[in-house]
Design a protein around this ligand. Structure first.
Ligand SMILES: *Cc1c(COP(=O)(O)O)cnc(C)c1O
Ligand code: SF4
Length: 352
């Protein structure tokens, strides 16, 4: 089975024109993303008077949503859970005490080369600051995205630091979204990691299979399949409706590479803060070959306060999920605390 799959994905057999065509497709889908609020509301047949006040100029972290993701939203529904994740609201400008620009203290962990080392054995590389879709709840929404383009010099410095550090055996490519890099740059990056003997795993933290499934090209899958390193792909989906047919097909292609597929979600008020939404998400993920991994309590990022769910409510939600779902479909409810040795679990079990 796996050898026939490998043959199918082998880039030397794959017709060149195919992969070139697929590359053009995803880059075009990226260019055609909606970036104007009026265009989004028109596409959904929504009037402004049915929505909370909108941010007239949300830049630099402006509206950005690929059209395929918009197609998964319910037309005419101001409460659509996908719309809520992307629509810039005026209330994001309100300064809320306790909410900051860098809630998880990334700046302190970054030594200047985009490599964050917070936890034992793992290093996280900001491969690029860019994303195909801007999530309003993003904890890196105030990150200096323009400066975060990992240029060759930064990248060389990061690889040199990794090579010199024998304690790291897993590298997480993150961002932004590492699959915003094109295949050549990603290839070179993975080549660089493969050359570091002590590394065993590469992990991709990417929302692309969900928000721009066309990015999961045969060429990309072939590269992941032939790599020396064990591969883990952690996607980011917060609601079952995000996982349409195209996402399911992209995830099936990724599974064929032999990669382990996991999901991390953020607990978001008005999006997925109820039992039925969480059950549907877990079931849909499994249907796509993905296991739930983390359910993050919101990082207290400035602009994201209206998404916050309080801890007691979050714990009660997890307790109900535990009583309803097989254990492997219950995500781990965690919060990141700067300086801690890991993401901290919130639900310990005593609430059952
Ligand atoms: C979240 C995170 C990781 C990964 O943590 P896991 O618990 O292994 O998923 C690694 N490095 C940094 C800097 C992180 O923020
Ligand atoms: S995909 Fe991730 S990094 Fe990009 S905007 Fe969304 S939450 Fe932030």
């Amino acid at each position: 089975m796996s050898s026939s799959i490998n043959r199918e994905l082998n880039p030397t057999i794959l017709p060149r024109s195919d992969s070139g065509c697929q590359t053009r497709d995803w880059k075009q889908a990226l260019r055609q993303a909606i970036t104007e609020t009026d265009d989004l509301l028109d596409a959904l047949g929504l009037d402004r008077d049915r929505l909370p006040p909108l941010d007239p100029d949300p830049r630099p972290f402006g509206l950005r949503v690929p059209r395929a993701f918009v197609a998964l939203m319910r037309p005419g529904d101001p409460d659509d859970p996908l719309l809520r994740q992307v629509l810039p609201l005026a209330r994001e400008r309100v300064v809320v005490p306790g909410f900051s620009a860098d809630p998880v203290d990334d700046a302190a962990a970054d030594q200047g080369d985009g490599l964050l080392m917070k936890y034992h054995g793992r290093a996280l590389l900001i491969a690029t600051g860019a994303c195909a879709l801007h999530c309003r709840h993003c904890f890196r929404r105030h990150y200096p995205h323009a400066a975060a383009e990992t240029g060759q010099t930064r990248l060389r410095a990061a690889l040199a630091r990794l090579a010199a550090d024998r304690s790291v055996n897993e590298v997480i490519l993150s961002g932004g979204d590492p699959l915003m890099l094109d295949d050549d740059r990603l290839d070179a990056l993975i080549d660089g990691l493969e050359a570091i003997g002590q590394l065993r795993r590469v992990r991709l933290h990417t929302r692309m299979p969900v928000v721009l499934p066309a990015r999961i090209t045969e060429a990309l899958c072939a590269r992941l399949a032939r790599g020396r390193l064990e591969t883990v792909v952690v996607i980011h989906a917060n609601h079952a409706n995000e996982l349409g047919e195209a996402a399911a097909a992209a995830l099936a292609r990724l599974r064929e590479t032999g990669a382990m597929l996991l999901n991390q979600a953020v607990l978001l008020r008005g999006v997925n803060d109820n039992v039925s939404a969480q059950c549907a998400l877990s079931e849909r993920l499994l249907g796509c070959g993905v296991l739930p991994y983390y359910l993050h309590q919101l990082d207290r990022v400035q602009g994201g306060a209206h998404f916050q769910v309080d801890d007691a409510e979050a714990r009660a939600l997890i307790a109900t999920l535990r009583a309803r779902l097989p254990g492997y479909l219950v995500p781990r409810l965690v919060r990141e605390r700067p300086g801690a040795v890991a993401k901290l679990p919130l639900a310990v079990g005593d609430e059952i």
